[in-house]
Design a protein around this ligand. Structure first.
Ligand code: SF4
Length: 261
């Protein structure tokens, strides 16, 4: 008689428990620092719950905008918000991402005038009632660490929109600031740059992309904040948000799954 296959899912299933505990620790620390948060076990539940929260948060006709985020795209919430037609949704990437090229933005190869239009959108987004974003990393103490090339997303996180929802998978929780910088440069940047740029088609094109997009890790030294020196650095601006003065403006929604990168 053959032995039955082991029930692997039984062991894998422990992760939601772990993620809930981890998120609980971070939320406790966010509350001490003028921010707040909540935990939602699955992406499916999160999509519904976040939409309901937005219905309460933003009056009809109000303005909603967002930052670049694989988490938000994959969650489907951006699609739901635009489809609802209740709010003015400022899609910050409508001039640089075509429907056929959703994951290949090629920020550094923008067509004529697209950057100017995008900057206009990004500025308009700073006046939003609600701004949605994810985070590159969040520490156990509740410190949000984010790097941008243009700074539109990190600007909105720090000031401008009345309320900010940070939606993140618990895979982005890190121990401390040092680990956050390593995550931003060794995990986030290589995948982000590669995703936006796609496979370089020539030596000339390849020169546009910073080393992380070829190496799969930072070409500098993240722990020492030493950069690669490339003209198109993806991490040229970094924010550390750990104690904003405006209470409860930043609300972090932790989802008990691995989302984004
Ligand atoms: S310093 Fe350069 S190689 Fe390192 S993550 Fe930033 S852009 Fe990539």
């Amino acid at each position: 008689m053959t032995k039955p296959e082991p029930e692997l899912t039984k062991w894998i299933d422990i992760r939601p428990w772990y993620y809930e505990k981890l998120a609980g620790t971070v939320i406790g620390n966010l509350k001490k620092n003028n921010m707040d948060g909540m935990y939602i076990p699955t992406a499916r539940e999160a999509r519904k719950k976040i939409f309901e929260m937005i219905e309460k948060e933003v009056p009809e006709g109000g303005v909603i905008s967002w930052g670049g985020s694989v988490t938000l795209i994959n969650l489907g919430i951006l699609f739901d918000l635009q489809k609802a037609k209740k709010w003015k949704c400022i899609n910050p990437f409508k001039d640089i991402i075509t429907p056929n090229e959703i994951h290949v933005a090629r920020h550094w190869m923008l067509t004529e005038g697209a950057l100017d239009k995008s900057i206009k959108n990004w500025r308009e987004g700073l006046q939003a009632n609600l701004y949605l974003t994810s985070t590159n990393a969040i520490t156990l103490k509740g410190t949000l660490v984010n790097s941008d090339g243009y700074g539109n997303r990190i600007a909105a996180m720090t000031f401008g929109p009345k309320k900010v929802y940070v939606v993140t998978g618990c895979n982005k929780i890190v121990r401390d600031l040092e680990e956050a910088f390593v995550r931003v440069r060794n995990v986030v940047a290589p995948q982000l740059v590669r995703m936006m740029g796609g496979e370089p088609k020539s030596k000339e094109e390849e020169a546009w992309y910073p080393p992380c997009s070829r190496l799969g890790r930072c070409g500098g030294e993240p722990k020492e904040l030493r950069n690669c020196g490339h003209k198109n650095r993806a991490c040229g601006m970094t924010t550390i948000i750990d104690q904003p003065h405006i209470p409860d403006r930043i609300f972090v929604i932790f989802i008990g799954e691995d989302l984004g990168f």
